[in-house]
Each structure stands twice: as structure tokens, then as C-alpha cells.
Design a protein around this ligand. Structure first.
Ligand code: ATP
Length: 383
């Protein structure tokens, strides 16, 4: 048996057209800029999204996610640059002539119409024959499992059911691409999680391309094949979730996606993929793919689940063992979060999984502890 290949994190499915030089993206943003009177919402952005991809745009409020989606849908025109679909420019093509559909956070359902009329609305407007509409509505109701609710009005449905009506309505015209702007924002956490998996199943089943805007990183990580982390109208990193999480390319991305501790350090030496860093709290030996020069100032970023916590004192001079004091403890049930203050005041977080119901060795506030981690546990960030 061949040895298992080492890779970053788990992958959801074997789908990576972005690594195939022969594959052409379905959607192309080509140096797109969008200026409003007093601000630049999208700044010279280029990006390709592939057929059947589940793509997530992630970023803080105001970073330009919705504007990007609205330009793709045709509700806004770029100030400069071009957007292409299947190689053809969308310049001047009105929204209703684009083979894509947008589902809004508010769902925008018609309150006076029943579920089936809501779903049929767009088809009727397109002049589809009555029998064909009926068949399509039936198909959609079945797809989103709303058959028993077909005659109800939106106000007689739960939030999750309304979300599914909106989804059915946007899928009824069989668009090539579905654009989803915070589609699960109105749902509570449990329902949100369930719906995320339903959306993923639907997307697979229908073979569609999904572009979703969200500010919820867990949502993006759960559903997307790739995600783009945005900041001030630009993309900082585009990659599959596991790569963004395990190999962020900047402090901003490391900090925005998941929890991370950043330890300021200076490069002592770097050769053959191994770097020795010197921090105020101790020596760090780490594998790295980033080119580094001795004397350079960097941040060593490490995720809390990769930091081990113990009471044992470190051996003198050993690398990757830092000492500190327990500063905060947060018990979350499944895991406990420890914030450890290093000697120079840096806070490093460690997550301990509560695998046993009864803890034998409880670490308490203000205890002296040792943190340790493997050579491949963290990343060096020069940016
Ligand atoms: P959120 O998560 O809050 O929805 P977002 O990332 O989707 O944020 P956008 O809605 O794309 O952000 O807005 C990007 C920037 O463009 C913001 O500074 C916003 O104020 C500005 N903007 C968006 N639409 C308009 C408009 N119609 N006129 C003027 N400025 C706008």
C-alpha cells in the first residue's frame, strides 16, 4: 500500500480545477474596480471561479463582498475592469438575462403569495407553459422537502422553511450559478448547521456553481471548496479552507480565520526548510516554506489546538517549550480554552479537549505551566 500523502487538514471532496492549468474558470473577475462617490468598494480585483465550485467570499463588514456579488448579478456595473461568464463579457447584460440567480439574506418572499406561487413567480414571468410550471414547482418542492407546505403563506412558516422557499425559488429557473448573500443569517445556530449540509448536498446533486457571501468563517469553512479572504476591496488569500487555516500567508488572514496566537520573533537562521527563531520567551524551531533572512522580524503563528499544556518544567535550552502563567480559563464543554501569559506578556492560547468526563489533573488559574508544540505545528508570517 502506498504511504498516505501528507496534506494540510482534511479535504471535503476531490475537486481542484484551480490546480489544472488547462481548466478555464466559469466566472472571471478581471481587474475589477468599483468606486462609489467617496469610497473604493472593490479595488483592482482579479479572481476565477470554476464550474461546480462552492466558492465563499469571506471578510469583515464593508470589505466589498456584497458589491462583488452584486456586480456579478448585474445590479451594479464595475467602474473599470471586466467580468466574464463562460468567456463572454457581462458588460451591459441586464440581471434578468444573466444565467445566474441571487438569493438575498432577507429572502424577499412575497408575503401574500403561497409557497408554490412564490416558487412559480419567475417562471410565470418568463412565459413558461402552465403544465411545465406545475411540474417544475413540484420538482422544487420535493428538492427542498416542502411538499406538505405548498399552500401556506411565508408568515405561516418557520425561518428555516422560509429559507428553503427562497432557495427553491432561486433554483426554479435552473440558473448555472447561484449567488447567496448571507443565506443563513436569519437562522439559529443548530438550524444553520443543518442547512449548511443541505445546501452542500443540493449543490452537489444539481451540479451548480455556488458563490456565497458570509462573514461567518465557520460557515465558509464548512461549505466551500475554496474561500477568498477579503480586506478593503482586495483579496488577501484564496485557497481551500484547510490551506487558509493551516497555511495563512499573512497575520491578517491568520487572525481573521480561527483563533491564533502570534508570537513576535527574530530569525536566527533559516536553511533547508527549517528556521530557528528567537522570541522573548524562548527559542522556536519551525518548518517553513517562506524564504527568510537572519535578523528579519516575523510573527510565529500557532493555533490553540496545536499547543500542548503541561505542569512539567521544560528541559534547559530546549526549543519549542515556553513557560508562562495561566491567565484565563474558558470551559466550553467539549473543550477548555487556556490563555497563558508568557514572561514577556504575550498571550498564547491552548485548547484542551475534554475527552474524559472526570479530569484527573486539573490546571488552575495562576499556575506556572509549560507550553510545547511540534516543529510543523505553526507557521512563520513575514507579512
Ligand atoms: P457587509 O458584510 O456589512 O454586508 P460587505 O463586505 O458586503 O459588508 P459592501 O456592502 O460590498 O461590503 O460595501 C463595501 C463598501 O462600499 C462599504 O464601505 C460601503 O459603505 C460601500 N458601498 C456599498 N454600496 C454603496 C452604495 N450604493 N453607495 C455608496 N457606497 C456604497
Amino acid at each position: 500500500m502506498a504511504a498516505a500523502q501528507k496534506s494540510l487538514g482534511n479535504i471535503r471532496r476531490n475537486f481542484d480545477p484551480w490546480n489544472d492549468p488547462a481548466a478555464k474558470p466559469l466566472i472571471e473577475f478581471d481587474h475589477v474596480t468599483k468606486r462609489f462617490a467617496d469610497s473604493v468598494a472593490v479595488d483592482d480585483l482579479s479572481l476565477g471561479i470554476y464550474t461546480r465550485e462552492f466558492f465563499a467570499l469571506l471578510g469583515p463588514s464593508g470589505c466589498g463582498k456584497s458589491t462583488l456579488l452584486r456586480m456579478l448579478a448585474g445590479f451594479e456595473e464595475p467602474t473599470s475592469g471586466d467580468i466574464r461568464l463562460g468567456g463572454t463579457s457581462l458588460k451591459g447584460v441586464p440581471p434578468y438575462r444573466r444565467p445566474l440567480n441571487m438569493m438575498f439574506q432577507s429572502y424577499a418572499l412575497f408575503p401574500h403569495m403561497s409557497v408554490e406561487k412564490n416558487i412559480a413567480f419567475g417562471l410565470k414571468q418568463d412565459g413558461m407553459a402552465r403544465s411545465e410550471i406545475d411540474a417544475r414547482v413540484d420538482e422544487m418542492l420535493k428538492l427542498v422537502k416542502l411538499e406538505p407546505f405548498r399552500r401556506r403563506k411565508p408568515s405561516q412558516l418557520s425561518g428555516g422553511q422560509q429559507q428553503r422557499v427562497a432557495l427553491a425559488r432561486s433554483l426554479a429557473k435552473r440558473p448555472k450559478v447561484l449567488l447567496l448573500d448571507e443565506p443563513l443569517g436569519a437562522l439559529d445556530k443548530k438550524l444553520r448547521e443543518e442547512t449548511q449540509f443541505e445546501l452542500m448536498d443540493l449543490q452537489q446533486e444539481l451540479g451548480l456553481t455556488f458563490v456565497i457571501v458570509t462573514h461567518d468563517q465557520e460557515e465558509a469553512m464548512t461549505m466551500a471548496d475554496r474561500m477568498a479572504v477579503m480586506r478593503a476591496g482586495r483579496i488577501c488569500q484564496v485557497a481551500p479552507p484547510a490551506v487558509v487555516y493551516e497555511a495563512p500567508t499573512s497575520r491578517y488572514v491568520a487572525d481573521f480565520v480561527g483563533n491564533v496566537s502570534l508570537i513576535e520573533a527574530e530569525v536566527e537562521s533559516a536553511a533547508g526548510g527549517l528556521a530557528i527563531l528567537r522570541s522573548a520567551s524562548g527559542r522556536i524551531e519551525t518548518e517553513t516554506a517562506v524564504p527568510l533572512a537572519p535578523g528579519q522580524t516575523v510573527a510565529f503563528a500557532i493555533r490553540p489546538e496545536k499547543v500542548r499544556l503541561s505542569r512539567r518544567a521544560p528541559e534547559a535550552g530546549s526549543a519549542n517549550t515556553l513557560t508562562g502563567t495561566v491567565w484565563d480559563i474558558g470551559y466550553l464543554g467539549d473543550v477548555t480554552l487556556f490563555n497563558i501569559k508568557l514572561t514577556d506578556g504575550t498571550l498564547v492560547r491552548s485548547t484542551v479537549i475534554n475527552a474524559a468526563r472526570v479530569a484527573s489533573e486539573q490546571i488552575a488559574w495562576e499556575e506556572e505551566v509549560t507550553l510545547s508544540f511540534a516543529r510543523d505545528a505553526g507557521v512563520v508570517l513575514a507579512e
